[in-house]
Design a protein around this ligand. Sequence first.
Ligand code: PRX
Length: 633
Amino acid sequence: MAGEYAAFHRRSIEQRDAFWREQAQLVHWHRPFSQVLDYSRPPFARWFVDGQTNLCFNAIDRHLDTRADQAALVYVSTEVDQEKRYSFAELHVEVNRCAAILQSLGVARGDRVLVYMPMIPEAVFTMLACARIGAVHSVVFGGFASHSLATRIDDARPKVVVSADAGMRAGKVVPYKHLLDEAIRASAHPPEKVVLVDRGLDPGMPRTPGRDLDYAQLHAAHANADVPVVWQESNEPSYILYTSGTTGKPKGVQRDVGGYAVALAASMKHVYCGRPGQTMFTTSDIGWVVGHSYIVYGPLIAGMTTILYEGLPIRPDAGIWWRIVQDCRVNVMFSSPTAIRVLKKQDAAHLSRHDISSLERLFLAGEPLDESTHRWISDALRIPVIDHYWQTETGWPILTAVPGVEQTPIRFGSPSFAAFGYDLRLLREADASEAGVGEKGVVAIVPPLPPGCMSTIWGDDERFVRTYFSTFSTRQVYSTFDWGVRDADGYHFILGRTDDVINVAGHRLGTREIEEAISAHPNVAEVAVVGMADQLKGQLPIAFAVVKDAAQIADAAQCAAAEKEVMATVDRLLGAIARPGRVHFVNMLPKTRSGKLLRRSIQALAEGRDPGDLTTLEDPTALDQIRAALQGG
Ligand code: PRX
């Protein structure tokens, strides 16, 4: 790679401090930092040491002089047929009131607040209110059910949980409060208070006197709240966001304040090319990292209007997103490959029915973008469609085109080049040496990780080092756990995960977590979950279970009933997003002689591929059973 961007990237690595000192000017510092980077304790990086700033101040207060009346947040719900618009001044008022509510409940700097909410404005207010007072928010995706929620409550130990009576999905009520109550009952460290936004969607919402409080009542009691910003040292934690890995226990990705603010501001400028006063529409959910970075903090820090959309991409029809683009004059859009594949199956006329001339770029991330979908949406929109690759851990793009610096040609199916600040390598698994052109390698980052990336795993520094920096014995590098390859022009292609994480419609799930949930079913002795290629969702989990009592699944009808029960168990514990597409019953699972489950071989069979080297297999008939189960349908 040569050219302007290559020089920009090189400078970010070779003159790291000068580069980031410059980018740091994009945000407000209450007190300037004394050191750009403290890397005295590798691999822990401390950015902008001693600098004092605040994410909420940068997202809201800083804009009040110049854009108080500009829309900051536009809420569009096709679930409850509502639209609400908050200017920066109005958002300031709401966030102050919410911050006062939290303070009145004893929430102070460093305390955790867990947010389990649908896509409603109060969720954004709560996140920003936490940031304002230096509290650490942990948003849990609304699609997660009680067990997932309980493990997160126990790990983060929030003082307060903010939730709602219910959400709506495809016109159906999702009872958040019921799920929350179940999680709190299962939790070893229940919160002191629960604040509930009552949307009037679940009249039967249970309330626990003394613990459960009403958001509207508290809101009324803090009408003229003016809560001073808590200036935080750049490296204090801003939030925890849980993500799946190889073990059943999700990892709390901990983010800082100053590094995150700078990384977001720099990415908004150079990657997304979002200018103050423009509008960004990110179709993700606040429960995911994309929502944190590019629904809430990124656009607001950049002085943009952000759209918060509660609804599906095809309801009331497949033109809804383009209607929003038209009505809100959206300039920058961010979505996922699965969503585009869903739209691709619908009538293409939906696109031409709306005036989408304001749209400058569409960014896609979260899962591999296949070439044909990339081509289809590019042709349909006639604007650059940029595939970019990143992770919850990094908080902002790792691989991307950087059109704010140089308009490099797009190559379909490729997330282009390493983003500035990332010293990215493709390493051979065997000896950590650099893979050649066209050769598959582990996508790795030579530390220090740039600003904005995770500081550590919440409460577990040791696990941070062990998980992410110990893939190679000879070299301490950060592993993304993805395979990648680079072509002769320097374009990258992502080839899938190196670990047991799967990606269902852009949702990252650990197969171990799903296996643990299925094992909770009383008749399941053992289970293997693998991700199987799926045309629409990228991957779909499928399960192979060994039952304790085979007499209970003696005929087809009993098998079908048992399959439904297992699926219901996953729904109840983890949420429907983790539900396996199929549950097959077998007598044994293929394992090595040392007892290790051969997930890769099962996955290969499920996808009709060669199962690979089977010399270590304990009992070859186990694989025959998998084959037979798959053929049996
Ligand atoms: O496997 C990669 C895949 O999604 C993982 C990260 O998921 P998550 O933590 O949910 O963060 C999503 C942030 C956008 C990665 O390890 N992935 C993400 N983007 C791409 C991708 N795979 C291929 N191409 C992408 N553009």
